[in-house]
Ligand binder design. Structure first.
Ligand code: NAP
Length: 248
């Protein structure tokens, strides 16, 4: 049996990396998928075709998750196109790493806006629909860096720690309406975001992981399937590290 049959999911930032992996595994599990991207229009078109070929409804939308009004317009359009929303995955995110000494105000602000304010924007936008349905699952992508911190990533760590605090508060606020909100904290997942790092750096990362490998987008996607499905119906306000044991 498919675990997400009949569910409609919005996934932000699915043109590549983890989001793309989540979109594919969700479609394989029977979910209809509305996904967003920032500028990768061609990749989005290809993904739309790939997902549709799996027999589900799928549509890509160019939408800046950091923009409050665009998030609302996106959700309104998804409701017109798909009719409902059961699952929201706030996955869109960026890095702009630098030592605090060199970190500019604009690089601090843009990381907070795209990684953290986007979660507020999208959660606000789906809230009314989920309240009406008296159910919903919201899954927010944090990072082990939001749990532990990381030198050279003060902006990113602050945004990802903020996602955890926001999510726990949403879980407390909306639990009585059967709306669950959980966080996934991926460790070192090999995507374009991490491909910016040199081979030597990547080797050091891999060696430090108990399972001795970087994660794949599918590793993260499988945790998302669990949190989106009825298998996790009594789980809310939690942070699941998908990190090969990195923080252990
Ligand atoms: P990625 O490969 O760089 O992909 C980022 C995705 O987000 C792309 O689809 C991009 O769209 C989209 N995006 C960027 N800015 C956006 C915006 N303002 N509005 C809407 N979409 C936007 O990243 P990733 O490695 O898959 O990471 C996905 C999430 O997991 C992020 O939140 C990241 O912080 C988190 N994470 C990743 C790792 C890791 O090791 N990779 C570890 C921990 C946490 P375009 O293609 O159009 O630019």
């Amino acid at each position: 049996m498919k675990l997400l049959e009949g569910k409609i999911a919005i996934i932000t930032g699915a043109s590549r990396g983890i989001g793309r992996g989540v979109a594919r595994i969700f479609a394989e599990q029977g979910a209809d998928v509305a996904f967003t991207y920032s500028s990768s229009a061609q990749a989005a078109e290809e993904l739309e075709k790939e997902l549709s070929a799996l027999g589900v409804r799928a549509k890509g939308y160019q939408s800046n998750a950091a923009d409050f009004d665009q998030a609302q317009q996106l959700v309104d359009q998804v409701l017109v196109d798909f009719g409902n929303i059961d699952v929201l995955i706030n996955n869109a995110g960026i890095t702009k790493d630098n030592l605090l000494m060199r970190l500019s105000e604009s690089d601090f602000d843009s990381v907070i806006e795209i990684n953290l304010k986007s979660v507020f924007n999208m959660t606000k936008a789906v809230q009314r629909t989920m309240l009406k349905n008296r159910k919903g699952s919201i899954i927010n992508m944090s990072s082990v860096v939001g749990v532990k911190g990381n030198a050279g990533q003060t902006n990113y760590a602050a945004s990802k720690a903020g996602v955890i605090g926001f999510s726990k508060s949403v879980a407390l606020e909306l639990g009585s309406r059967n709306i669950r909100c959980n966080v996934i904290a991926p460790g070192f997942i090999e995507t374009e975001m991490t491909a910016k790092l040199g081979e030597e750096v990547v080797k050091v990362w891999r060696d430090a992981i108990p399972l001795k490998r970087g994660g794949t987008p599918e590793d993260v996607a499988n945790a998302c399937v669990f949190l989106a499905s009825e298998l996790s119906s009594y789980i809310t306000g939690q942070v699941i590290n998908v990190d090969g044991g990195m923080l252990t």
